[in-house]
Design a protein around this ligand. Structure first.
Ligand SMILES: Nc1ncnc2c1ncn2[C@@H]1O[C@H](COP(=O)(O)OP(=O)(O)OP(=O)(O)O)[C@@H](O)[C@H]1O
Ligand SMILES: [Mg+2]
Length: 266
């Protein structure tokens, strides 16, 4: 019988080593180490303000760590200058937490933008590809509108179409279902699955949507106090009796969570 191939170092598409990041106040990331395996869908959970969006921005060089190392496909990238990021970023789809559509461009122009920048497709082919992506997300009738003429949920779906239109090798989703109704949330889960079937991208999904997390995750990580509190297969989380994990999954607040916010009237 063949023995399994040894796991090479490049199995980790993304690796953080002892990453520290603070802004003006206390540390946001405080010695964060993690590995995201190539081809896996990894879900990141964590309380609001835990540094999940900061972590995603560090992954594509939109922020730099104060200390520590970030590796993509085995390359240390945290010291790369901005001009070195172009090619790598074109292979990574990023769904920002807060929209980030180009206000002056129509939905068609927004979603076609990465196709214009990175492919040889002509205008008709681009429109077809955009239409196909929008139809999948149920917003194809909005193709000629401007972002200001869309609801928050519609903007989210258009931004999602733009993030996946190049069929990237790696997808980073920041809160893909926030602002969507449950049916549309399910469409997002199906889209993540469909992309996985077709392209096997390495995916990182930051979410507060626990049903989504369990639908799509190969692996889950809970971020807390600037580090990974627990990482493992979905079953590890389902079966965990760690009170922090339980409160997170079951929506039960711990005594700490019930403390009033600093400065709040009591
Ligand atoms: N560019 C920035 N400048 C200053 N502070 C920042 C910046 N980006 C993030 N922060 C701070 O870092 C902390 C973590 O922010 P982050 O957006 O990563 O949280 P999060 O885990 O994504 O929360 P949520 O679930 O609410 O989206 C917050 O206290 C935030 O105010
Ligand atoms: Mg966030």
């Amino acid at each position: 019988m063949l023995s399994p191939a040894p796991q090479s170092k490049t199995d980790a598409f993304i690796a953080f080593k002892d990453v520290h990041k603070a802004f003006d106040g206390p540390p946001v990331l405080d010695g964060l180490s993690l590995e995201i395996k190539r081809g896996d869908t990894t879900v990141i959970l964590g309380p609001s303000g835990a540094g999940k969006s900061v972590m995603l921005k560090l992954m594509i060089g939109l922020l730099q760590p104060d200390r520590g190392e970030i590796h993509l496909e085995g390359n240390r990238v945290d010291e790369w200058p901005e001009q070195d990021w172009g090619t790598l970023r074109s292979r990574i789809g990023f769904l920002f937490q807060h929209g980030a559509l180009f206000d002056s461009m129509s939905v068609l122009e927004n979603v076609a933008f990465p196709l214009r920048e990175h492919t040889e497709l002509d205008a008709t082919e681009r429109r077809n590809r955009v239409h196909e992506m929008l139809a999948l997300l149920g917003v194809d009738e909005l193709i000629d509108r401007l972002p200001a003429e869309l609801s928050g949920g519609q903007q989210k779906r258009v931004a999602l179409a733009r993030a996946v239109v190049l069929r990237p090798e790696c997808m980073l989703y920041d809160e893909p279902t926030t602002g969507l109704d449950p049916i549309r949330s399910d469409v997002v889960a199906k889209l993540i699955h469909m992309l996985r079937r077709e392209l096997q991208p390495t995916s990182v999904v930051v979410t507060h949507d626990i049903p989504l997390a369990f639908k799509v995750a190969d692996r889950i990580m809970l971020l807390r106090d600037g580090r990974v509190h627990l990482a493992g297969a979905p079953n590890v989380f389902k079966e965990s009796d760690d009170p922090i994990v339980r409160s997170f999954l079951d929506g039960n607040a711990t005594a700490d969570d019930l403390q009033p916010m600093p400065g709040a009237a009591s």
